[in-house]
Design a protein around this ligand. Sequence first.
Ligand code: PEP
Ligand code: MG
Length: 583
Amino acid sequence: MSRRVRGTVVSEGLARGEALVVATGEVSVPEGHVSEHQVEREVQRFRRAVEGARTEIAREEKAARERLGEMSEIIGWYLTILADETTLLQPIEAMMRRERFTAKYATFRRFSEVAAQFEGAGEPMASRVPDIIDVKRRLIAHLRGGRKPLGELERLQRKVVIIADDLTPSQAASLDREKVLAFATDRGGPAGHTAILARHLGIPAIVGLDNVTSMVRSGEPVIIDGLSRGEVIVDPNQDDVHEYQVLSRRLQARRRRVHLDQERALTKDDVPITILGNIDRGEQVGGLRELGVEGVGLFRTEFLFLGNTAPDEEAQREHYGRLLRDMAPHSVCIRTMDFGADKWDHRVGGGKEPNPFLGMRAIRLSFAHEGLFRAQLRAILRASLEGRCQIMFPMISDAAEFRRAVGVLDSVKDELRKEGIPFDERVEVGAMIEVPSAALTVENILADADFVSLGTNDLTQYTLAVDRTNPLVAEMFVPHHPAVLRLMQRTVAACEVQGKRVSACGEMAGVAEYAPVVLGLGLTRLSMAARRVPDVVTRIRKLSREACRGVVEAMMAADGAAAAHKILTQFNRPPTSRRRQTR
Ligand code: PEP
Ligand code: MG
C-alpha cells in the first residue's frame, strides 16, 4: 500500500524511481557484547570491514585523482587513518578480546576516543576530526552491511532517489546529477546551503521529512512530488503514478525557455531589469549564457573547496580565469570564501560551535585564516585581466570590517606589484549586505565600496532570529517580513543617494512571487540561479514598477509577516480570480 510523508520542498521538481537509503550523519552505536566463542569470528569480521572500507576509499581516491589531480589528498588521508594499527586497529581488536565488545561498538568507541583526543589537541589536529568521524561512519556502515555509506553515491550504477537523514553541502556538492533523480531528507531547512545547491544542480529535493529514512527501504519505488504537495510517496499505486504523469507533463510545458535577447526583462512601464546569475562553479556559466543573462552576480566560491576538492592558488587562478573569459564581456562578481555555519572545510574547522551561524563564519574565518584568504585574493587578482572581475566580501557587519577586508586586498595588490605580476587595477570591490548592522550603517560602507549586494537569505535569518536551516522554524523564515523589507529599502535608498550599484542575490531575487517586492523596493539588478530566470522574467514583464511601489509600501506598514504576505498574495492573484472575489 502506498505511504505518504510531507516535508518542505527546497528544490522544485518531480522524480520517480528506486530509493537508495544512505547513512550520512554521525552514527551512534549502543554498547554490545558477543559470547566468548564468537570473539575471534567478530575480530575477523572487523578486519574484513576494514578491508572493505579501504577498497571503497582507494577506489574513490583513484576516481578523484583522475578528476581532480593532486586535490584528492583528503581521500588519501582517509586511507592513512584506516591503516593506523597503533592508534586505531590494534586497540580496537584488544578491546574486542578483552571486553567481548561487538566490532561495531569497539570501532565506535575507539574512533570516538581518538576524535576527542584530536579535538583536545587544538589546531592543526582538531581540524582532522571530521575526517576521523567520516572514516568511523564508513567503517560502521560496512559492519552493519545494510545502509550504504555516502561514498557509494560517487559510483552509482543506476538512477536513484536518495533518502538520507541529512546531507551536508559538501555531500550534496558531490552528487552525480546524471544518477541522482532527487533527494529527500529527515532534517534540513529551506534556506540552507544544501537546499541552494540542490536548486543550482536542478535536483528536486524535499527536506524536513522527520522520519522518511525509517519509512523507506533501499530498492522500493518512490515518487518525489516537489511540485504540488511536497510529498514523498513510497510504493506508489496506479493512481499515484497517473497523477505523477499528469504533473510531469504540466511541468514540461511550464519550463519553456526564455532568451533574454528576444524577451527582455522589461517592466510594463519600461524599466529595464538586469538579470544576473548565481553560480557555485565556473562550469555553470554555459547555462547562464544560453539564457542571455548579463553577468554573474554571485559566485559562491566556497563550493570549489567542498566535496573533496581543495584548489590551491594556481588551480583557483585557472578556474577564475576560465570563468571570466567564458562570461566576457559581462562582469563576474566573485564572492570570497563563505565557510563556517553549514559549510565547513577541514582546513578552517567550523561546524563545532554551539551557534555556528553566529560564530566564526565568512569574513571572520577569512581573517582568522589569512593565508588561505590571501591565496584566494591573489588567485582572483591574477585572473582579473581575463575579463571583467569584481570582488565581494561576505557577512560584512560594518564599515570598519569592510575596510579591514579591503586592507588585506590592498596588501595583496602591493605584493603582486612587487613581484611584477599584472592584474586589473580597476577591479571593483563590494560588500554583501546580509547582516542587519550592515544594512543600518550601509551609508558608511558605501564610502569605500563600489557596489553592494543584498543577501536576503542571511538578512532574513539574522533580522528575524530564525535559523535558515532549522525545519522547526521554517515557516518563520519569511523574507517578506516588514522588518526585512525596511532594511532592504534603506540599503537601496542609500545607494541611490551615493550613486552606487545595488543588487539582490539572495533566493528572494529568484522567486517570481517576490518580483513585485524587489521591483517595488527599487532594485533593478537581480541575481539568481539559471533555472529561476524564465519564471522571474515572465513575471517582471507583467508588472509595472509604479504599482509594485504601492504594494511594498503597504507591506512595510503591515503589522507582521502574515499581513504583508496577504497584501502580496492579493496583488499576485490573476485579475480573473480577483474580479470573482470582489463580486
Ligand atoms: C544570502 O545570504 O542571501 C546569500 C546570497 O548568501 P548565502 O546564501 O551563500 O549565504
Ligand atoms: Mg549569505
